[in-house]
Design a protein around this ligand. Structure first.
Ligand SMILES: [Zn+2]
Length: 236
């Protein structure tokens, strides 16, 4: 059987990432924190400080997420290139460690941005594509489930539920229950279970208990390989 891999990733670099990290540590789940050091959507005092980033880096993989979280297709090529490569340089300076992973803000990118990410020296980049259970091209890697109830995922959830209406209703807009069923499928059939989210979003939706329910269920399972995103691709 294919190996069973569990990986997680957490975007943006909000101070609540420290709470998330403590929860992951409690359950021995590995993960990558994608940090946008000057995220334009997070007030400065809610962003992780350099000291907090260093603290996170002791236990977790740190990935880059641009400097200011622009929508890449909407900025100039020169600006996109700088946003991508400066975020790597900055985080390497702060952590004193190589930064090999990148995440496209809002999952928005064009083929030219994939080339920029490669040129900047990243070996892995994550999109926001969901409902994927296998490894994808390393610079356009997908995820399995976002800790968020997407209205627009109805068709994908229906496919996962094999068009059984009862199963559909059990999963639709219930991301934690869906995550557990998806994990069970990967556990039975092999593949990669990639859980991701935003600490600020989990807090806003009062979803900490739902997240803990999922982490508790997927933790410490025999035969499962727990990886950071950077473990999914060997460093070049
Ligand atoms: Zn983001």
């Amino acid at each position: 059987m294919k190996p069973v891999i569990v990986t997680t990733s957490w975007d943006d670099g909000h101070v609540l990432d420290m709470r998330l990290a403590a929860l992951l540590k409690k359950y021995g789940i590995k993960g990558t924190f994608y940090i946008s050091p000057q995220d334009r959507e997070i007030p400065a005092k809610k962003r992780l400080t350099d000291f907090q980033i260093q603290e996170l880096a002791r236990d977790f993989d740190i990935g880059a997420h641009t400097m200011t979280h622009p929508r890449l297709p909407q900025v100039s090529d020169a600006e996109a290139e700088q946003e991508i490569s400066n975020s790597r340089t900055h985080l390497q300076q702060v952590t004193g460690q190589p930064v090999a992973t990148f995440c496209y803000p809002r999952g928005e990118y064009l083929p030219k941005h994939v080339s920029m990410v490669r040129r900047a020296g990243f070996s892995y980049a994550r999109t926001t594509n969901r409902h994927v259970f296998t490894e994808q091209p390393p610079l356009e890697s997908a995820t399995t489930i976002h800790c968020y109830d997407h209205w627009s995922d109805a068709l994908k959830v229906a496919i996962f539920a094999r068009f059984n209406p009862v199963t559909f209703l059990r999963f639709y807009r219930k991301w934690d229950t869906l995550a557990l069923a998806m994990f069970d499928r990967v556990f039975a059939e092999g593949g990669t279970f990639h859980l991701w989210g935003h600490s600020w979003e989990i807090d806003k939706n009062d979803d900490w208990e739902r997240l803990e329910r999922v982490l508790r269920a997927i933790a410490g399972r025999s035969g499962v390989q727990y990886d950071s995103n950077s473990d999914l691709v060997p460093l070049s």
